[in-house]
Design a protein around this ligand. Structure first.
Ligand SMILES: Cc1cc2nc3c(=O)[nH]c(=O)nc-3n(C[C@H](O)[C@H](O)[C@H](O)COP(=O)(O)O)c2cc1C
Length: 368
């Protein structure tokens, strides 16, 4: 690996110096208690990754309102009773030397009533021809404002708990993506229609968090250019249009969730070769660029960094390798799936998380 593109040098993210270039991408793991409070299992899983050398550790997507809960066992950040667990988590991750970030999110139409206890909500009341789809109710303008405030309140809770920052989940077809979507967000008020209007929901969240949490609090946004329809999302071209707006609103980092961050196909908007240089070219050096998607090996790290990413974010490879940054930096090969249940337990997963991972094709021996 060339000196310029190692994992091991420090990097600045907002007001903070991160010890290396490795980020643990947000991963839903179903290990929280039913009331959204932290469990020992969730703490253990994340702490093992902080101890394994990840410079930045993001929690799973944590819901900012009960109506935005999308999975059983999801971490919540919508009420103060969740603060003691969040405080314990932030303290542990900090003590292990990582930058601790909560991913804040709302599922929108993807929050099933069986989980949230409410009819799903979204930018509009659209219909998608998909199994299990529940038609969402359109949020009123006042409710949109209250939802923005819920994101801001969640970030304030994260700061109170001792987290360094938040990652606003604008990716993967959840509520923020639904607002950004030209297909679904045909609202007639200031939050719908034109791209400027569709961006306003995210813009007011970024600005609200920045103003409530101060200049030193790390604020990032995760986006997933080119997530295919039918769902909700944005093309790379639209992502590039809103990128300078996110910078102007005060983000410290932008996190690209891609199909293949190390990919070489410049014509595929979900490949690092297209998305990473495109975004890097239009953001200042003071804004860090993270990229995720298919990063496993040292060669993947190098290619992703050569594309222009300041940090590489890793999900599945980190499940099978708690010490992934150390392993890859040493030039050793990471363990590859399918993993045995015993291996995953050794890497700090609870039986519940292992069970969840059985749904991922080829990940757990004997699973899907
Ligand atoms: C078990 C699991 C849970 C995930 N949960 C989240 C999540 O809560 N928030 C999010 O933004 N992405 C989530 N993702 C997507 C990952 O962060 C990442 O973008 C994706 O897995 C591609 O990276 P990888 O190839 O390193 O796994 C999840 C992925 C997995 C495997």
């Amino acid at each position: 690996m060339s000196e310029l593109h190692t994992l091991t040098d420090e990097v600045r993210v907002g007001s903070i110096t991160v010890r290396n270039r490795a980020a643990l991408a947000a991963m839903t793991n179903k290990q929280s208690h039913d009331d959204g409070t932290l469990s020992d299992e969730e703490l253990h899983w994340l702490l093992r990754r902080a101890e394994g050398g990840f410079g930045l550790v993001a929690t799973c997507a944590a819901n900012v309102l009960p109506g935005g809960k999308t999975w059983e066992g999801e971490l919540g950040i919508y009420r103060d009773a969740q603060l003691p667990g969040l405080t314990r988590l932030a303290g542990a991750l900090r003590a292990a030397g990582s930058i601790a970030v909560v991913q804040i999110f709302h599922g929108g139409y993807r929050s099933p009533s069986s989980i949230s206890g409410q009819q799903p909500v979204s930018c509009t009341s659209f219909t998608i021809d998909a199994e299990g789809f529940e038609q969402p109710r359109e949020l009123s303008t006042t409710e949109v404002e209250a939802t923005i405030q819920a994101f801001v309140d969640a970030a304030v809770r994260a700061r109170t708990a001792g987290f360094h920052g938040v990652e606003i989940h604008g990716a993967h077809t959840y509520l923020i993506s639904q607002f950004l979507s030209k297909e679904y967000n045909t609202r007639g008020d200031r939050y719908g229609g034109t791209l400027e209007n569709r961006y306003r929901f995210l813009s007011e969240i970024i600005c609200g968090v920045r103003s409530a949490c101060g200049p030193d609090f790390v604020v990032g946004v995760r986006v997933s250019p080119g997530v295919p329809m039918p769902h909700a999302g944005m093309s790379l071209a639209e992502t590039l249009e809103i990128t300078p707006w996110m910078v102007a609103d005060g983000v410290d980092f932008i996190h690209l969730s891609l199909k293949e961050a190390a990919g070489t196909d410049q014509n595929d908007e979900r490949s690092g070769a297209a998305a990473i240089p495109g975004v890097r070219a239009i953001i200042p050096d003071s804004v860090a660029l993270l990229a995720a998607g298919g990063i496993v090996t040292r060669a993947d790290v190098e290619r992703t960094r050569v594309h222009g990413a300041d940090m590489v974010a890793v999900a599945r490879a980190a499940i099978g390798n708690a010490r992934w940054p150390e392993i890859v930096s040493a030039g050793d090969p990471p363990a590859l799936p399918p993993h045995s249940e015993e291996h995953l337990r050794d890497e700090g997963l609870s039986p519940r998380f292992v069970e969840y991972m059985r749904r991922w094709p080829g990940f757990v021996e004997g699973g899907a």
